[in-house]
Design a protein around this ligand. Sequence first.
Ligand code: ATP
Ligand code: MG
Length: 274
Amino acid sequence: MPNSERLTRDGSLQKNQQERYQSKQQNKPQIVLQLDKLNKIFNPDTPLENHVLHDISLQVSRGELVALVGTSGSGKSTLLNVMGLLDVASTGELRIQGQLIQGHMPSGLSEQQRTQLRSEAIGFVFQFHHLISAFSVLDNVLMPLMLRYGKPSAEQTAYAEYLLNEVGLSNFIRQSTNRLSGGQQQRVAIARALVTRPALVLADEPTGNLDTQTADEVFNLFERFNVEHECAIVIVTHDPRLSARCPRTIRLSDGRVVYDGASADLPSVFTAGL
Ligand SMILES: Nc1ncnc2c1ncn2[C@@H]1O[C@H](COP(=O)(O)OP(=O)(O)OP(=O)(O)O)[C@@H](O)[C@H]1O
Ligand SMILES: [Mg+2]
């Protein structure tokens, strides 16, 4: 078998990370997310002014799996929140699937349009999964669709059940979420993030609360969905083992991008103290 290929645990052939990264770069796939000179200043023009993101420019394409790393306070969550339209940048441009969301434009998006785009194009997974224990596992997964369309259709319900089966929770569909383990709850949150078939999945330390084995299992799911659904995924993690499994790493330091490239080429000076 050529060096560049290896068998994965389930027996399928996987190309070496670097090759996957390079071939994706060469094919110039569809750009899902584009940031140009983005800045975020909290409490501007006050004594508490805090310039947290500095001239961030980057692109994320369809099917990419990207680790976003950096020391605590470097701006990872702030950047993820801006990418996911949960927060607004102070200056710069942000495009999602080519559509200008923020920047110079004749008329800005209304709050309603932002909310609609967010719910159509983006799925979120947080460290604390924010499930609603009064609802069943299935209803938690269906929640983004219910918020958007009201009562879910038979097709939507079938897709939610398919996702729950995919994340290994088909036996728990009707149960309340508070009877699940931390890893199981995080898997529900992943199914919930995917139920709208988003082009972009943003995950902020999704395995931060889990033991090593459960974290690996949850990460396996991200890898699988990334390949099978070709959604772009950006994962914030402090775990160097997991970031090394993402073909591409973006590293922030004091709100600036100090590395953006193949994870395999990340300078060793950066791999300490993730
Ligand atoms: N709402 C806010 N108002 C003012 N400052 C904020 C706000 N949110 C974040 N900050 C500041 O922005 C900086 C970056 O915070 P952020 O949460 O993005 O870091 P992080 O890289 O996600 O850290 P961690 O790894 O600890 O989660 C910090 O100095 C933080 O204090
Ligand atoms: Mg954070």
